[in-house]
Design a protein around this ligand. Structure first.
Ligand code: PBE
Length: 576
């Protein structure tokens, strides 16, 4: 039976939405981006000690001394470790996602309580939203909203809104029937009944939902950083890609502190002993809502102005952003250096991944919009799109490089045949590009590699001639999910399996863990060491714990890449 083309259907829908509802996404993007900007500007404007004092005072009011003390110690620790700014950045993201979830979620919950049909449609949808792995939302979010904090907020809202809806519904359902009857017998209108009987009684449940929503959106900050959201999540993600235990722990601790504070404060804010009169409660709620609305309006205006605020025309077009890839990569390091060399201080390098970068590029192409990305050759994007490298007169990105094959110590003895082949493996950039193109057009990487291997018997014969096949041993190949490395590693795996009798297991990891895996002997080989510059830090860090089998490809290139239709920019110097 043929496979249902579910993937293609989903992509067709997403494409259709992207082309036809672009204007709507732009409006949403401005509203969400502006709100995050407003919160983050406010949090950055106030000095850290003032924020700590204010929160400690709030903590004291809500939970007496222990709460105040916890607040002060926790926040001072974050500040002392140097994560204050990023923590505020993440707080802005969490506040925005929570605010949207509340504003959208509570009415939906009320609607569900009032209407059976709505409830029966929404309930399975909520299950779906909560159980679909959160990573999956990132993909359409990037297609619709580009890279940065906005798609992060969207993905967080989808993940975090269900508890608010569910518990609002539950709260209203649990209002005792006799109270409703009593209200009815007094002749209240449905509106009065809702506002004066149901909602006040449902409030504790609703707040429990809001509290969960806040915690869930906080849990999204690390995931959101994979598509360019700044903040403490990005510190965690960076630590993972670089295998930096100390930094990972510190940043993780900051997340924990933030979580505890948000949890306790939001829990105590409405529950507990604060039995204020309904009137004054309503007044406070209105004042808060009005203040937040003003703040957000200001944020949106400012955000829109910022995006076009530079005098450099190119900077205006792309919002002073360079779309990068994963933070541990050599390319990102080279780009950071280039930005320094060329004085691009007011530009921002957006962290993400290779996939997110190509998604942003495809999106820009479909609407012929300007974009600047970090790119490398060999890469299928140069075949699929008309692109150009920006000139690099200062040579910040270095010259052309080679990709080396690196194996663990002792492989020569343990897997002699594989070792011999890996030592011989070498090919041309055009070969690698051919495999990458097949994969980019939707072919499964392993199938694309098999196809290439079948179609190039002469090349493959040169690699394997005279090597005795093994008898089904498993060989572990480490790789990072860069398109170039996906292609090469799959080809190597295919040859090992089809021609040399091994069972190849591909381990997809981040760049730091890839090197550590080879050095520790957990992976047997990798074909992804760009040298002498791109991967040199890892090379030096693990020197002596691996064997370098020399280059498998030469003639690579790194740099800043733009579509050819951006005619008035030729060189990185034009960006200043
Ligand atoms: N790359 C591809 C990697 C090496 C291979 C250029 C994205 C990097 O470390 O930057």
């Amino acid at each position: 039976m043929p496979k249902l083309p579910l993937d293609q259907w989903v992509e067709a829908v997403v494409d259709w939405l992207g082309t036809n509802l672009g204007w709507l996404f732009d409006i949403l993007s401005a509203a969400i981006g502006g709100t995050v900007y407003a919160f983050s500007a406010l949090l950055h404007l106030l000095p850290f000690w003032l924020i700590i004092l204010a929160l400690a005072a709030l903590g004291y009011r809500l939970g007496r001394w222990s709460m105040a003390l916890l607040t002060v110690i926790g926040l001072l620790l974050i500040w002392n470790l140097g994560y204050w700014d990023n923590t505020m950045e993440s707080t802005a993201l969490v506040l925005t996602a929570s605010l949207i979830s509340i504003v959208v979620g509570i009415p939906l919950g009320i609607w569900c309580a009032a209407n059976r049909t709505v409830r029966s449609i929404l309930t399975p949808l909520l299950d779906f939203m909560q159980t679909m792995p959160a990573f999956v939302y990132l993909i359409p979010a990037v297609t619709f909203f580009g890279l940065g904090v906005v798609p992060g907020v969207i993905a967080s809202v989808i993940f975090a809104i269900p508890p608010t809806i569910r518990l609002t519904l539950l709260g209203i359902k649990q209002v005792p029937g006799d109270l409703i009857e009593a209200a009815d017998s007094f002749g209240t209108t449905p509106g009065q009944k809702l506002l004066q009987v149901q909602l006040p009684l449902a409030l504790p449940n609703m707040m429990a939902g809001v509290n969960q929503t806040i915690m869930l959106s906080l849990s999204m900050v690390v995931i959101a950083s994979m598509i360019g959201a700044q903040g403490i999540g990005a510190d965690v993600y960076r630590a993972v890609t670089q295998l930096n235990t100390g930094q990972g722990f510190e940043a993780g601790l900051a997340v924990v502190i933030l979580a505890i504070l948000l949890d306790r404060l939001s829990q105590k804010a409405v529950g507990g002993k604060r039995r204020t009169r309904a009137g004054s409660f309503r007044r406070t709620a209105w004042i808060t809502a009005a203040a937040v609305a003003v703040l957000i309006a200001a944020g949106i205006t400012q955000w829109a102005m910022n995006r076009t605020g530079s005098d450099n025309e190119i900077a205006q077009q792309v919002g002073s952003e360079i779309i990068g890839i994963d933070p541990g990569s050599g390319l990102m390091k080279a780009t950071a250096k280039a930005m320094q060399d060329y004085g691009l201080d007011d530009w921002r390098l957006v962290e993400g991944s290779g996939t997110a970068m190509t998604a942003a590029l495809s999106q820009a192409f479909s609407q012929q919009q300007p974009i600047i990305v970090t790119g490398w050759t060999p890469h299928w994007m140069f075949i699929k799109f008309k692109l150009k490298y920006l000139d690099d007169p200062k040579q910040s990105f270095g010259g052309s490089e080679e990709i080396h094959t690196i194996v663990r110590l002792g492989l020569k003895n343990d897997m002699a045949s594989a070792y011999q082949f890996l030592d011989r493996f070498s090919w041309q950039p055009s070969d690698m590009e051919a495999v990458m193109s097949l994969i980019a057009d939707g072919m499964d990487p392993a199938a694309a590699a098999d196809k290439w291997v079948d179609e190039h018997p002469d090349v493959v014969a040169k690699w394997t001639e005279g090597i005795p096949p093994a008898s089904g041993q498993t060989i572990r190949l480490a790789l990072v999910a860069w398109d170039s490395e996906i292609a090469s590693t799959n080809v190597v795996g295919s040859v090992l399996e089809k021609k040399l009798g091994y069972k190849a297991e591909l381990l997809q990891v981040e760049i730091g863990p890839m090197w550590a895996g080879i050095a520790g002997g957990d992976a047997d080989a990798m074909v992804a060491a760009w040298l002498p510059t791109t991967s040199i830090d890892y090379y030096n860090q693990y020197k002596g714990s691996f064997e370098d089998l020399g280059p498998n490809l030469s003639g690579t290139k790194l740099g800043l890449v733009v579509p050819e239709y951006m005619e008035d920019v030729q060189s990185i110097e034009d960006l200043r």
